[in-house]
Design a protein around this ligand. Structure first.
Ligand SMILES: [Zn+2]
Length: 317
């Protein structure tokens, strides 16, 4: 069975072709930074054609196409994704993409897709109860329970970034207060650093950004500022670790998942020291003793979402 998986991110669109569990080809295209959803749909369709070409597969021979997208997915429609042009208001993504690529289309939440890929082909180990936590621009989550992706009553499960870890706490990009993402999302941390700098706190974060020639404070910029001993960045990351620990422990206490897979740009760049810190922040808050929980690093990196989307497309094809 040959399927294509797409992972629609705020910056890039990743695409993979899977034959069963074997990766035949992959591709990466830029997500349109502005315009409307038509521009995004055109690039999604272009990604399908490009990666199919690379795999030497005709579109007609594809068994299905899976799309992992940010936002809340209900029956092929998506809405509530603020970092992709035109994806805030709900619309029929599967139907519109099918007009461009005439194959069965399955749409799913991006981090749920990544959780499925890590469960089956990545860092899942023997676990059938797994929470994926992706720390990047924002903080996403995805659940595999009893070996199957858990979508929730209305497709909105896995919003780990919006678990409240501090009542009345810092403002989150979602507009509420005290969410994990308000402390651990790169966008929120950058805003906090800008405010601190305006208040006179010393930081080299923005100098490092310029020096590395980046248009934004990427995960690599945070890593470099931390490596050079920036105290503000160290404090922000400590608060991020604390929020992640509280959020993960709360999720584990509720669901008894035995494995948490940490991924996303920031977690990937900060590597093993960050994973260990998050695990240490989680352990004292776990209810079940002795804890069976393992916090592990994801292994599929930025292809996890596309790989999971391809796997889930095969499930329904
Ligand atoms: Zn929030």
């Amino acid at each position: 069975m040959v399927t294509i998986g797409l992972d629609l991110g705020g910056t890039n669109i990743q695409a993979v072709v899977l034959d069963g569990e074997e990766v035949l080809a992959h591709a990466k295209l830029k997500t349109p930074a502005d315009g409307d959803r038509t521009a995004v749909l055109d690039v999604l369709a272009a990604a399908v054609h490009q990666v199919a070409d690379r795999a030497g597969t005709a579109i007609d021979d594809l068994d299905g196409v899976g799309v992992g997208t940010p936002g809340v997915v209900i029956d092929g429609t998506v809405g509530g994704a603020s970092n992709v042009p035109g994806f805030l208001e709900r619309f029929a993504l599967a139907d519109l993409l099918r007009q461009r690529v005439d194959r069965p289309i399955r749409v799913m939440n991006d981090v749920t897709a990544a959780a499925v890929a890590e469960h089956r082909l990545g860092a899942g180990g023997e676990s059938d109860h797994l929470l994926a936590v992706f720390v990047g621009t924002g903080v996403g989550g995805g659940l595999v329970l009893d070996g199957r992706p858990y979508l929730g009553a209305s497709g909105g499960s896995g919003e780990f970034g919006h678990m409240v870890v501090r009542q009345g706490g810092a403002v989150c990009p979602c507009g509420r207060r005290g969410c994990v993402e308000a402390y651990a999302g790169r966008r929120a941390m950058t805003l906090a650093a800008e405010r601190a700098r305006a208040d006179g706190w010393p930081t080299i974060l923005f100098d490092v950004q310029k020096e590395l020639g980046r248009s934004r404070t990427s995960s690599g910029v945070f890593r470099e500022a931390l490596a050079r001993g920036d105290e503000l960045v160290a404090d922000l990351l400590d608060a991020a670790v604390e929020a992640l620990g509280a959020g993960i422990a709360s999720a584990v206490n509720l669901l008894d998942v035995d494995r948490v897979v940490l991924g996303g740009g920031l977690a990937d760049r900060l590597g093993e020291p960050f994973r260990m810190q998050v695990e240490s922040a989680t352990r004292p808050l776990l209810f079940l003793q002795p804890p069976r929980l393992q916090v592990v690093a994801g292994v599929l990196r930025d292809r996890a979402g596309a790989t999971g989307a391809a796997l889930l497309a095969a499930d329904v094809a």
